[in-house]
Design a protein around this ligand. Sequence first.
Ligand code: PMP
Length: 399
Amino acid sequence: MFQSVELSPGDPILSLVEDFKRDDRAQKVNLSIGLYYDEAGHVPQLACIRRAYERLASQQDRPDLYLPMEGLASYRLAVQHLLFGRGSEPVQAGRIATVQTLGGSGALKVGADFLHRYFPQAELWVSNPTWENHISIFEGAGFKTRTYPYFDPATGGVDFEAMLACIRQIPAGHVVLLHPCCHNPTGADLTDEQWDMLVPVLKERKLIPFLDLAYQGLGRSLEEDVYAVRVMVAAGLEFLLSNSFSKVFSLYGDRIGALSVVCPDEGTAERVLSQLKVTVRRNYSSPPVRGAQLVDIVLGDQALSGLWQDEVAAMGARIREMRKKLHEQLVARLPGQDFRYLLEQRGMFSMMKLSPAQVDRLREEHGVYVLRSGRVCMAGLNERNLPPVVEALAAVLAS
Ligand code: PMP
């Protein structure tokens, strides 16, 4: 019966990680996968989460019951406070429908299913390029996907003119997926001024914006990285916002995130929430409990929340420091080449100007693993692996 099932080619990122594990060279460096590593080269457990676990352990004499479909109530409110601002008008007015989800991916899936049910004709527009799974998740939910111009390989920045010109042509009612900060895979973000220009176009064209926030705090700061959210709220837009805590709480395996739908009024938010619950019920019934408890403990406690903010700020600062050092050392080695884009791009990733052949040489000759597109995980760099990485990049970029 199942003999006709063909083998999936698998995920190119995960198969690179497998190749990396099998590589027995001592100098090997993995800059392919999107994980935040600390200076010692470890994926950290945050101190705020350690404290939250201790608090949880002291309360753990009750059974783990199912959470409701929409997730833990106090967590959902804490998410709204973090993303929109505690005293913000939409939060105060109760016009945001938020559900706890299985990471950012779960938020995208719930959002995609919900949108496809109510707007079956809508197509999804994503940046060229975007995180591959955006396309897979939305196509899996029944969407046709298209791309708008975004990354300009010549500058390493955003081709904003081309992006805006395309978005002006998108038919009303289509969904436009945008990265509020730390664009994956390029690191090229819109400036605040560009968001100011884009938002009125989205509104005028009656498009459905879907913001996907996976790296809040790793670009500029927790507050500055949600500038796009603030502008959309101020413009009175209705939109969706998925957020992931995988990276910023270093809680990858707990699968913790949320989907928020900003509605025009409280009554609409109530109805939307009821339909998001239906979507959750149909997919996996209810979300897991642990990650929500941990994040809720941290965000709900002033001291722990302050500790978390410091820890996120430190992660962001470390990435920026690595960008600075990589830039400095590459410029010293290859003075004729322009690496300013490394300083301008933000977050965990940079799209480096590397051909697939150069990427192969990095891996085969130097044991440095990056994605074939040229995406390099800046958060995987540290003082120890920087010299061999610079050496390898200088070698392949020199010829
Ligand atoms: N959106 C973007 C842009 C991402 O880069 C990622 C993960 N790397 C996600 C969503 C998914 O997040 P999660 O791992 O929490 O599912």
